[in-house]
Structures are given as structure tokens and as C-alpha cells.
Design a protein around this ligand. Structure first.
Ligand code: C5P
Length: 399
């Protein structure tokens, strides 16, 4: 999924690299953090420099790499205090078993551990080690202690290890670490809220190989699911078939037809505080799906008998204890008239309208929000930026 360039802009991240083979992946992590807009300062332990040279991180981050507490770039030897005071977050990736043990006991015998002890910003760590080191009771004890201390532990993953063994202990992938950090830095305006959403197209079978569908990339819906999760909500995304992975932290329920989508939504809606219908649901489905492939020799001009699908959004909005409902209106003309009509007819507190020619399939869109107070046009932006703006508006309406 295309990430916005601004999600970490203005943020100063101190990245600690300790001595494990996963250190080579931290080079990619620096690149991703910078791509997301962050200013990155790298601190390496002495052992880390045996795996990757400081020059690599210096070139990627555009800043000198910090190596030891007696670094003479600061005449008064106060670099650890300065670095941690100006940071928005400290991230240690990879974090070895030894480094986690030091953190758990408050040891400060090198620059990075001193920085961690002297910090007044959040600390996230991505453990990376052999599976037996990870499973060792001492490591597990340290992890529990670190969680109690308020650290954020990312991973580790399961899988093949550098030593050839298979198990838990791999560092989570740089993309996931970056995404977790982005998520961590966003204001939690939907904390404690449960969101059920639909996204993507539905597919209505005619026979085993043919069907009726709508054109929908699912990009806006997925961006919104991601933004809701970033805002602290628990998100269940009922999705038609799309070419994207579920966003980090979002529970995806895959469906094919409108009826399956309807059922999956209704099964979850009682617990939801918010429902957002972004899916391009097919309005009609063939009355009978043929069991076998239709042959052109069978009928010269077949007639498809269609019947209406349920309107998922309207059904949710008319529940006795309906959650806060958000609808989408993609129109080819007269946006304001149609979107306002949809808002009133389906009794929705909020409708997000766009002209199909402005956004379909692409990474950008131009949308207008319609609520009881009127129309609120948003500047043209990436779907990710729009999603964050929609969540902001939604959170304000919820008070
Ligand atoms: O009526 P229209 O299809 O234009 O309304 C669009 C909104 O209603 C979208 O939010 C869409 O996800 C939702 N919808 C639905 N079930 C349908 C049709 C539309 O949830 N059968």
C-alpha cells in the first residue's frame, strides 16, 4: 500500500542497532523511516559495528552515527542526554537478548543503554535472536519485566533463522516495524472504539467461471481501516477480493458476494460503535447461479434474471441500536445533490462523497464530507491523508 510521505514528518527517531545478524535489515528500516518523513539518528553498539559498518547508516540517515558515550563531538560528553531529550521515540532494532537483559535491569554501560535509561520518550524494541535464546526463561522474564515497565515489544516473528533453525526469534520485517512506529505516533482519537467496515467489490456468480462485479480497488477502504487502527480503534474489515494485504493491526474477514458481506457485517455489528460502508456492493445478483459452466451452444441469447441485493449500510443504519454510520457516495455528476439525498434517505450522520472520475483506482482523491452542518470539501490528497482527515472529522462528531 502506498504510504504517505508525511506520516512521520517532523518526528525525530533515535534508532538503536545492537549486535545481531538482523542488523543488516535495519539499513532498510532507516530508509523506510526516512521515506515516511522522519529524521533518523542511529546509535550503534560496538558489537553491531561488527555486522554493519557505521558508514552504511551514516549514508542512509544523512547524520553521523553515534558509537560510544565518550564521543568527542560533544565537548561536555553529554551526548546521551541531548540525543534522548530531542527524540520523539527511541527504537531499538534489532534488540539482542543481552541488550534486553540490560534494559530489564537498568544497566547503562554503553551509549545506547545509557540513552535508554536517560530517555523521556517512548521506547520500542524489536527483539531478534536464536529461538532458544528467545525461549530461555531468563529472556522471557526480561520481556515480561520490560512490558510492565511500559516498553513496546514488536515481535519477534516465527520462521527460518540465520543459524538455519526454525522458530520464534526472527526480527519482524522492517516494513512492519516502520508501520508499527507510524501507528504508535498517531493520536489515539478512536481509542476504545470498535469499528466494523466494508471495502472492495462484491462478486455475484452467474456460473462457476462468470459473474457480475463492480470496479473497486479497495484502496480508500483499506486506507480508512488503517487510519482507524492508527487512531486506536479495534477494526474488523469485511472485504471483497482486492490485491492488498490487510493493514497492520486490522482483522480482515474475506467475503465474495453481497449476501456473504451482509451476513459477515450483521454477525459483528452488535458490538460495533462505528460502521463504515466503503464497499462497492453490487446492487443486483443473478437469481440463480448455474451449477455448471453455461455453454454458448446451449442458448443463443441467454437472459439473466437479476434480483436486488440487500443494502448493507441502510440495514445497519436502521437497526434499533445502530452504531454511528458512515456512508460513501461515488457519483459521476451532481455530487452534492446525490450525497445529501443518500445521507438523509439512509439516515447517516456522515457521508463521504467523491466524483468517480476524481479517484477511482488511483492513489489520490478529492472528497467532500456531508453532515448535518453542511458540506466540508477537503483538499485533493492521497487516500491515506484523506483517511486520516475523515477519522479526525468522525472522532470530532463522536465528541
Ligand atoms: O446507494 P449507494 O450504493 O450509492 O450507496 C453507497 C453507500 O452504501 C456506500 O457506503 C456503500 O458501501 C453502501 N452500500 C451498501 N450495500 C449496498 C449498496 C451500497 O452497504 N447494497
Amino acid at each position: 500500500m502506498g504510504k504517505s510521505m508525511t506520516e512521520l514528518s517532523g518526528k525525530r527517531i533515535v534508532l538503536g542497532v545492537t549486535g545481531g545478524i538482523a542488523a543488516y535489515k535495519s539499513a532498510e528500516l532507516v530508509r523506510l523511516l526516512i521515506k515516511a518523513g522522519a529524521e533518523v539518528h542511529v546509535v550503534m553498539t560496538e558489537n553491531a559495528t561488527r555486522f554493519v559498518t557505521p558508514l552504511t547508516f551514516q549514508a542512509l540517515s544523512g547524520h553521523p552515527v553515534w558509537l560510544d558515550p565518550w564521543d568527542d563531538r560533544r565537548a561536555n560528553s553529554m551526548s546521551h542526554i541531548e540525543l534522548s531529550r530531542s527524540a520523539d521515540a527511541l527504537l531499538v532494532a534489532p534488540a539482542t537478548a543481552n541488550f534486553l537483559a540490560k534494559l530489564a535491569h537498568g544497566l547503562a554501560d554503553d551509549l545506547l543503554s545509557t540513552l535508554c535509561l536517560a530517555r523521556d520518550c517512548p521506547l520500542l524494541v524489536a527483539p531478534a535472536m536464536n529461538r532458544q535464546m528467545w525461549q530461555n526463561p531468563a529472556t522471557q522474564r526480561n520481556i515480561v519485566r520490560l512490558q510492565e515497565d511500559g516498553l513496546h515489544i514488536l515481535g519477534p516473528d516465527d520462521g527460518v533463522q540465520a543459524c538455519g533453525e526454525v522458530g520464534e526469534g526472527r526480527m519482524v520485517e522492517p516494513e512492519t516495524i516502520c508501520e508499527a512506529l507510524i501507528s504508535f505516533m498517531q493520536p489515539k482519537v478512536l481509542a476504545g472504539k470498535r469499528v466494523v467496515m466494508t471495502a472492495g467489490p462484491t462478486y455475484e456468480p452467474i456460473d462457476p467461471v462468470r459473474g457480475i462485479t463492480n470496479i473497486s480497488s479497495g484502496k480508500m477502504g483499506y486506507a480508512l481501516a488503517r487510519a482507524c487502527a492508527h487512531a486506536g480503534a479495534a477494526v474488523e474489515l469485511v472485504s471483497g477480493s482486492v490485491e492488498m494485504d490487510a493493514p497492520y493491526g486490522v482483522v480482515r474477514v474475506s467475503v465474495r458476494t453481497a449476501l456473504e458481506m451482509h451476513q459477515a457485517v450483521m454477525a459483528r455489528i452488535a458490538q460495533a460503535d462505528i460502521f463504515i460502508g466503503v464497499a462497492a456492493v453490487a446492487d443486483f445478483r443473478p437469481r440463480h447461479a448455474a451449477e455448471n459452466k453455461l455453454k454458448k451452444t446451449q442458448v443463443a441469447s441467454p437472459v439473466l434474471e437479476l434480483e436486488q441485493n440487500p443494502d448493507i449500510l441502510a440495514d445497519v443504519a436502521s437497526l434499533p441500536a445502530a452504531p454511528f454510520c458512515v456512508g460513501f457516495a461515488a457519483e459521476s455528476q451532481d455530487l452534492e445533490t446525490y450525497a445529501e439525498d443518500k445521507r438523509k434517505r439512509k439516515r447517516l450522520p456522515l457521508v463521504v462523497g467523491n466524483l468517480v472520475q476524481d479517484g477511482m483506482g488511483g492513489d489520490e482523491n478529492t472528497v467532500t464530507l456531508f453532515d448535518a452542518r453542511g458540506a466540508h470539501p477537503l483538499p485533493r490528497a492521497s487516500k491515506q491523508v484523506l483517511a486520516a482527515a475523515i477519522v479526525h472529522h468522525l472522532a470530532e462528531m463522536l465528541g
